[in-house]
Design a protein around this ligand. Sequence first.
Ligand code: GDP
Ligand code: ZN
Length: 370
Amino acid sequence: MASGGLEPEVARSGKPAGLPGRVVRRISNVYWVAADAGPEFACQLRARLRKEQVEVRIGDRVGLAEVDAINATAAIAEVLPRTRTLARPPIANVDQILVVFAAAQPDFSPPLLDRFLVLAGCSDIPAAIVINKADLVPAATLAAIVEPYRAIGYQVAATSARNGDVAELAALLPGKVSVFAGPSGVGKSSLLNRFDPALALKAADVSAKLGRGRHTTTSASLYPVGGGFVADTPGYSHLAFPALDPEGLAWLYPELAPHASDCRLSDCLHDSEPDCAVKARAAVNPERYQSYLKFLHELVEQRRTSRARSQKVEAAVKTTGGPGGGKRLVRIDAEQRVDSRRTVKQRLAELATQRAEGTLDEERLAGFED
Ligand code: GDP
Ligand code: ZN
């Protein structure tokens, strides 16, 4: 194709002007950039980028200028196009989500793991699995946890942070930006600690200091770990599905997706429809299919309630519109209502993102009432 849209972009994303690096941390207006060559620099944004209101995220690839090697300072002169931005926490260029679970303590829960995998799938970022605390269960139990997920194509690393047995995790890290997700208590910090004992301390130190300063803002950080970077925050603070169509769920199950287009009905939900190619395969891994059905019903219910809610708004508007008041007017009114609801929602979403990014101006927020 003659379209030149892709080429320059690829060229740009490969090589910034100036010293190449990655934004790993931010405190107020200072960005810490890990240069590809090694050292970290404390950086300001170039005035031009500030004027253009260029947004810089943790994980961004940048080009540095005005490099002062003695004081370890520089200026961010260019921000490269980003890929795969994770919304929560906001981190750019994430290569993989590592879903960490424990083999025991807490009990291994397949449906909960599947929920994290589906959530990771929604973000369009590849997921791999880490089963930690391998030391707490017999080898056969560990295999019974790990093998079904390997069989459907996931990479699974079995680890024991306690025994220092982290080789399978180490193999997943080089050259990648990873985000740890998973329930608390499974050993995420212990694993990081195994790679670099200084990390856990640093993370605790930074958050303790920043927690106090009202005017200091912070965000997620990336730590250099095992030849790549790992984010220190769990990927998900709550486990509700985003607005995902029930029809899309099967595509997030790698073992079901290849069969989803073979069903008789084109809008098959693979529940109790006739001639369902997906259900025909359900016996291969009944637990996975059970979690599929559970989430499916959740999503169907979610869609039902959100439709009912918007119908209610419309009905209320219609009755207050009065009889013979002109359908046209009523319709406009209904649309405006929906619009203003949407605006408030957007505003709240914006605030939530800013808060997560640490760019939220708390003082302005105090004046925001709705
Ligand atoms: P996080 O909440 O996921 O960061 O979990 P932590 O790293 O705080 O670990 C929770 C608890 O599990 C701590 O008491 C750890 O000592 C313990 N733990 C972590 N990894 C292992 C492991 O591999 N084996 C065992 N037996 N315990 C572990
Ligand atoms: Zn089907």
